[in-house]
Design a protein around this ligand. Structure first.
Ligand code: ZN
Length: 178
């Protein structure tokens, strides 16, 4: 698949198909979005929000969550805010998310099957892999927790507006979590 993508890429550049996407690195809408990496949202999320290239910094991970105060998503938000001028943050989870009900108990047999040794897993269990790979079980509660983690982060200025939403994965409809 990657080889086919590389072929397409050469053609894309040769045909100057990139021209409609020219944009500044500074988000035109002064907006950062933390959301899920779900493939169904790749095009739907920006389209449903009326965003085009250059409008917003979109940060994604499994679920759109923040796991700790040094989480990579917080690091990205700090860059978006301080370096790139973002003033508002939307946390967007979505319906039917794969990170909902995710658990280490489900990963473990698949990891063993793919050749990860029991010794490696046991070492990672001591490092807390089970909690690390645990998903959320209540989407609304997870949005609230994520919004609080961003809003109350000591390095995020209080002037930054942080609001949380759940997107309906088929229609793109947003519902605010208050
Ligand atoms: Zn998801």
């Amino acid at each position: 698949m990657i080889d086919r993508i590389l072929e397409y890429n050469s053609q894309f550049v040769a045909e100057k198909a990139y021209e409609p996407y020219a944009a500044s690195k500074f988000p035109a809408k002064k907006l950062a979005i933390l959301s899920c990496m779900d493939t169904r949202l790749t095009e739907l999320l920006p389209k449903a929000l009326g965003l085009k290239s250059g409008d917003a910094k979109i940060i994604t991970n499994a679920g759109g969550t923040v796991l700790s105060d040094t989480d990579s998503s917080i690091r990205s938000l700090l860059v978006a805010i301080y370096e790139l001028g973002a003033e508002e943050v939307m946390v967007i989870h979505h319906t039917d998310c794969g990170a909902c009900h995710m658990s280490y108990a489900h990963f473990k047999p698949m990891m063993l099957e793919k050749g990860i040794t029991a010794e490696t897993l046991s070492a990672w269990e001591e490092r807390g892999v089970a909690a690390w790979l645990e998903g959320f079980h209540d989407t609304e509660a997870s949005v609230r927790k994520t919004v609080a983690a961003v809003k109350n982060h000591p390095l995020i200025p209080s002037s930054v507006v942080v609001r949380g939403f759940i997107m309906e994965t088929t229609t793109g409809a947003l519902t605010e979590v208050l």
